[in-house]
Write a protein that binds this ligand. Structure first.
Ligand SMILES: Cc1cc2nc3c(=O)[nH]c(=O)nc-3n(C[C@H](O)[C@H](O)[C@H](O)COP(=O)(O)OP(=O)(O)OC[C@H]3O[C@@H](n4cnc5c(N)ncnc54)[C@H](O)[C@@H]3O)c2cc1C
Length: 456
C-alpha cells in the first residue's frame, strides 16, 4: 500500500469513482463504499487491501511510466517511450488479456480474413519491446501522490499516460438505462474492441432476412467511415448469400461524413437493392423490445422497424477520464490537455492520448499511432529535462473496403493544421475514392504494418 495514502483517502477515491460512474455529484458519505470494500482494517483479504496493496510487479529500474490502455495509442506509447529514453521503466496496464483489432474487423465480419489476423498477444509485444504488460483494470489515480489504483493493486508512477479510448453516450439517442442495457447486449454498436464484434458476426450469420438497421452518430465519433464500410460489407454478404433483406443506414449527419463520393457510388451501384441510405435523421429513441428506431427527419416523426440492428450512439471520452478528474468542459467528455504536448492541464506528470483527446482529429487507429510516436518523444524529453520537440501533426491514413470478392477499397490520407484552439483544416490530403484490388491489398498491408509497429 502506498505509504502516503490512507484507507480513508482511498475510500474517497472509490467514492468519487462510484459517483462519476453514476454520473452524479460526489457521494456524500463513504460508509457504503467502506462496507462494500470490507471493514477489517488490518485484514489482507478484503477489497481495500487488494486495490491499495502494491501490485505484484518487479521494482522500477528507472523513472516509471504507467500507460493505461493497450489499444492503438497505449501500445505505441509503451513501445516508443523507451526508444527515446532507454532508462524509462514502462508498465502497460490493460483490462483485456488479448488484443483484438477494431480496424479490419469489418473485413473479418464479411469473412475475408481469419480471426487470427485480428488477434495479438500483449505478452509478446511487451517481451519484444522491453516493457512490462500488466493485465488489470485501472480504477482511479491519486494524482497528488502519483499512484494508480488497479483491481490487482496499486502502482507508483513518475509519469501516467492515460489512453483508455471511448465509451458510448446512449443518452444521445434518448434511451433510458434499461433500454441502454438491452441495446448493449442485443444490438451493440460494434465500435469498441472485444466481444461486440463477435456478437455482430453471429448476428450476420444468423440473419434470415428483413431490415438490418445501422446508425451513424452525431459529433466526432470513432472511425468516421466505419458505419459506411460496414453497410457495404453487410449488403455484399446479403447479396452473396441471396438473403432477402436490406441495410437501412440512418445517418444523423446531413451527408456521408468522409469519402462521400466513393460510398455513395458503392451504395448506388454495387448495392442498389440492398442499401437504403437516409441522411439528416435525428434519433429520439430506440425500443429494443419492439425493435424500433424512433426518429425525426425534417420535422416529421418516423418509426423504423428492424429484424436486427447495430445501434451506434454518440461517443464520449472513456469514463476513466472523468473518474480521474481530467474532463474538459464543453467537450465530448474528453480530456483537458494541452493540444500540443498532450499534458493534462495543471499536472505535468499526466498525459492523455488516443481517442480520448479533445482535439477534433479523426478518431482512428492511424491517428492514435502516429500521434503516440510524437507524444512518446514529448514525455521522454520531459523526463530527461530536454527542450520539448516541435509539434508534429498526427496522420490519418484510412482505408475502407467496399467489397471483398475480391477485396477492393477506397482511402484517405491527411494531416492536420491546428492553431491550438480549433482545427484549422487539413493538409497533405490524398483522397482515392475509386476502389481497386490494389487498394484492397494496400488495406491489408497497412494493417500488417501497423501490427508490426505495435507488436514486433
Ligand atoms: C469497426 C472499426 C473499424 C475501424 N477501422 C479503422 C481503420 O480502418 N483505420 C483506422 O485507422 N482506425 C480504424 N478504427 C478506429 C480505431 O480502432 C480507434 O480509433 C483506435 O482503436 C483508438 O485507439 P485508442 O488507443 O485511443 O483506443 P482503443 O484502441 O479502444 O484502446 C483503449 C484500450 O484501453 C483499455 N481500457 C479502457 N479502460 C481501461 C481501464 N480502466 N483499465 C485498463 N484498460 C482500459 C481498453 O480495453 C482498450 O484496449 C476502427 C474502429 C472500429 C470500431
Amino acid at each position: 500500500m502506498s505509504e502516503s495514502i490512507s484507507r480513508r483517502g482511498l475510500l474517497k477515491i472509490a467514492a468519487g469513482t462510484a459517483a462519476a460512474g453514476a454520473g452524479t455529484a460526489a457521494l456524500s458519505g463513504c460508509s457504503t463504499i467502506e462496507s462494500m470494500m470490507g471493514s477489517d482494517e488490518g485484514g489482507s483479504s478484503d477489497a481495500f487491501s487488494i486495490v491499495s496493496g502494491k501490485a505484484s510487479l518487479p521494482a522500477a529500474k528507472g523513472p516509471r511510466v504507467v500507460v493505461v490502455g493497450g489499444g492503438w495509442s497505449g501500445l505505441t506509447m509503451a513501445k516508443y517511450l523507451k526508444r527515446y529514453y532507454d532508462k524509462l521503466d514502462i508498465v502497460l496496464v490493460e483490462k483485456n488479456s488479448l488484443f483484438m483489432s477494431c480496424p479490419i474487423s469489418n473485413i473479418w465480419l464479411a469473412g475475408a480474413v481469419d480471426t487470427d489476423f485480428l488477434l495479438h498477444s500483449y505478452d509478446d509485444a511487451a517481451k519484444n519491446n522491453g516493457y512490462i504488460f500488466f493485465n488489470a483494470t485501472v480504477i482511479n489515480a491519486d494524482r497528488e501522490n502519483r499512484v494508480v489504483y488497479t483491481d490487482q493493486g496499486s502502482i507508483d508512477y513518475d509519469y501516467l499516460i492515460v489512453a483508455p479510448g471511448i465509451d458510448y453516450n446512449y443518452a444521445s439517442i434518448g434511451v433510458n438505462p434499461e433500454q441502454e442495457f438491452m441495446l448493449r447486449k442485443k444490438f451493440p454498436a460494434g465500435f469498441m474492441p472485444g466481444s461486440e464484434h463477435l456478437t455482430l458476426k453471429g448476428k450476420l450469420e444468423d440473419f434470415e432476412g428483413g431490415v438490418f438497421i445501422q446508425t451513424v452518430p452525431k459529433g466526432n465519433y470513432r472511425c468516421l467511415p466505419g458505419p459506411y464500410e460496414r453497410t457495404c460489407l453487410i449488403a455484399e454478404y446479403m447479396k452473396r448469400e441471396k438473403i432477402k433483406g436490406k441495410v437501412i443506414l440512418l445517418d444523423q449527419n446531413p451527408d456521408i461524413t468522409i469519402k462521400a463520393e466513393g460510398f455513395h457510388h458503392a451504395f448506388d451501384n454495387l448495392y442498389k437493392d440492398y442499401v437504403q441510405y437516409i441522411p439528416g435523421v435525428n434519433i429520439t429513441g430506440v425500443d429494443p423490445e419492439k425493435q424500433q428506431v424512433i426518429a425525426e427527419t425534417d420535422g416529421f416523426k418516423d418509426t423504423y422497424d428492424f429484424a436486427d440492428a447495430a445501434i451506434y450512439p454518440s461517443v464520449r471520452g472513456a469514463k476513466l477520464i472523468e473518474i480521474m478528474g481530467l474532463t474538459k468542459e464543453g467537450s465530448q467528455m474528453e480530456a483537458d490537455i494541452d493540444p500540443f504536448t498532450y499534458q493534462a492541464k495543471g499536472d505535468e506528470h499526466v498525459y492523455v492520448t488516443g481517442d480520448a483527446r479533445p482535439m477534433g482529429y479523426s478518431k482512428s487507429g492511424n491517428t492514435s499511432n502516429s500521434e503516440a510516436h510524437y507524444v512518446a518523444k514529448v514525455v521522454a524529453y520531459h523526463a530527461q529535462g530536454k527542450e520539448l520537440p516541435t509539434w508534429e501533426s498526427p496522420q490519418t491514413i484510412c482505408f475502407s473496403a467496399v467489397k471483398t470478392e475480391p477485396l477492393e477499397s477506397i482511402m484517405v490520407d491527411a494531416k492536420y493544421k491546428y492553431d491550438g484552439r480549433t482545427l484549422a483544416g487539413f493538409t497533405d490530403v490524398t483522397l482515392k475514392e475509386k476502389w481497386t484490388p490494389a487498394m484492397g491489398q494496400g488495406n491489408i498491408a497497412w494493417a500488417e504494418g501497423m501490427f508490426n509497429d505495435m507488436f514486433r
